[in-house]
Design a protein around this ligand. Sequence first.
Ligand SMILES: Cc1ncc(COP(=O)(O)O)c(C=O)c1O
Length: 466
Amino acid sequence: MSDFAQDLFARTVAEPYRTKVVERLALPARSDRERILAAAFYSPIHLEANDVYIDLITDSGTGAMSDQQWSALMRGDEAYFNSKSFFAFEKSVRDITGFSRVIPTHQGRAAEKIIMELLVDRGDIVLSNTHFDTTKAHVENRGGKPVDLVGDWLWRFDEPSPFKGNVDLDRLEVALERYGDRVPMIIMTVLNNFACSSPVSMANLRDVRRLADKHDIPVFLDASRFAENAYFIKTREGGYGDKSIADIVKEMMSYASGCWMSAKKDAIVNIGGFIATNDERFARLCQEKLVLYEGFYTYGGLAGRDLEAIAVGLREGIDEDYLAHRVRLVATLGELMEQAGARVSKPIGGSGVFVDVEAMYPHLAADKLPSVALCADMYLEGGVRIAAAPFLMHRVSKESGDVFDQVFQLARFAVPRRVYSKSHIEFVAAVVGKVKETARENRGYRIVEMPEILGHFFAKFAPLEA
Ligand SMILES: Cc1ncc(COP(=O)(O)O)c(C=O)c1O
């Protein structure tokens, strides 16, 4: 592509696709939004999707499938055993990951349940750059302790390190020395969702594997956003600029014993997932669990048509034009939000923009729930739904090796794939500007209900009175 064309794409954020089907959206009136939010107990999770104008609560399963994927659905072979669709799916996963054994699951956490059951026992310590919340919950469900080894740079929003999703290698060394014999696996989340959607460098994956090998510990990739991670390696890491995304993905996978994926992200489907590995024995154990929980090992809780859509979506997910546009769109949101007065984590990551909630509501102490305030204000001002919650991480001290708790205040504006235009993004940034202007008037919230495990999915809140 010429420099002029490249510059034009970067400036205009023009899409490498056009619209074929549309879905009507409407913004409820302000007075309705107030009533709707109160009825949803001030939690974005309880809002009805129909009452939301722009939904940035997750990029998971919310992408728009392509014409090719919709046509692939028609090829769905619904045979119970060994359907044609399974083999199309298996080939796509094999071609892209390089792993030979492929086990479909209905989504990411189904894969996590199986892997944790096979590998994690009571008292184990699972190390990761950052566990996603369901990953963390599955480790805990087995009686293990999930420990997050992302560096302190995560809390330094203005520090523009290109790979903030990395494991802090000093912490990993300390953790392996102290707890090595209790560590059944190391999980590398690529890209690192809860660490501001930041990527992991190839050098970091290589180093983690080297250290893991010293202790004979397997490394697994939580590869839900592997393609976005590969794009950042191509554009941010020296030596990869001329490599194809496909080759970069293969190299990433080569440092792991296996991976699992929620296909609802980078395979751009509404449901699906898988486990992949070269280890025959481990694959067989996964298949046995799969039959118990999900269905036969050639469909894993999915319909044949879902497998077909994943097979196509995985290939579309590594298309460089698509990835370049997606990353530009998310970056545009981040830049506009920053101009509107939000403090955003930089450099802006793959699947969404992360905002410093405390900087938005400096007058609200943590017990007044500033993240609930931000979600509520985004909905009240513009019908925009986002996710925000304090996320508790177990960390390892570099000095003593002791495990301690640290909270990361997380407000994520996740961008669904191929769904929203630049105008929608501009709308969201304008709402952020309005929220910033009026934030001081927010008096905060209190918890009405919050169960212990994955509590944010069930939580209810109420506004604090003056
Ligand atoms: C990094 C990561 N791992 C695992 C999961 C769980 O996947 P699922 O929602 O498909 O169960 C998610 C979901 O958002 C995720 O972001």
